[in-house]
Design a protein around this ligand. Sequence first.
Ligand code: AKB
Length: 318
Amino acid sequence: MGRILVTGALGQIGAELVPALRERHGADNVIASGWRRREVASVTDGGPFEIVDCTLPGDIEAAVEKHGIETIYHMPAFLSVLGEAQPEAAWALNLGGYANALEAARRHGCAVFFPSSIGAFGPGTPLRHTPQDTIQRPNTIYGVSKVAGELLGDYYHARFGLDTRGLRLPGLISHVAPPGGGTTDYAVHIFYEALREGRYTCFLRPDSRLDMMYMPDAVAAIIDLMAADPAKLSHRNAFNVTAMSVTPEEIAAEIRNHIPGFAIDYEVDPLRQAIADSWPDSMDDSAARAEWGWRPRYDLATMTAEMIGTLRRKLNLA
Ligand code: AKB
């Protein structure tokens, strides 16, 4: 695969994607980058790091030239809730930054990975068993930028022959780096608060069903998609992938199997609830299964057991 650049490497996904790529390709072959340096041990301790502001035309290209990059994993994004607070900045980063990545890739013949999202769907989309190819009319700036990113990736593939690939990721549950500014963040916060406080106040309704995935499955999906035989890919940007379809009350019940006294209550935030209500609750990921062999390893029970065990050690609660 040659040398790799990961942009937005200090975020929730990058913090686990970078070590996995370094393990596979060698630490010196994976250049992590962010718009400023912040110590995230799993990323900054293990190999090269560059300052790259994706919104500046030329920044990504400079890193590509300097390191002889052949593949870009383009991860930075304003998530759905933060995007509604700062729509202009969200558009500049989420789409403008991706356009800069694609231009650098076009000039240097790089392959590119783009993380789309369940946020690329919206009102009008069938929300149960959401098909791979369906109506995409999101009503958040995050969703609009994700749909535009999917289309731009397909355009660069069709027009310039660029090897662009992407996934529509669901809410991601993880314990290395926190998410920030998303609608599905509750599914991470609930574990920290269950362990620290024994209780959690959720900003979504108890029955808000959404697709979710544990981070090791997301990292495996990203790596497997980029390694897949291109002759077998007819979708490229972007594949539905999911691992579980869960509600806050179902996650809480599973946590109670480990922390019996855990209590949850609800103070619904209207913005986040409206976004959640416009997103799928169970995507159909059969295209990913058929075209490149996608299979999640974790369900609600195995993810919860591992999150609780790992966070107990991380928070010194063992
Ligand atoms: C968000 O909640 O904004 C993200 C996502 C599902 O894309 N986690």
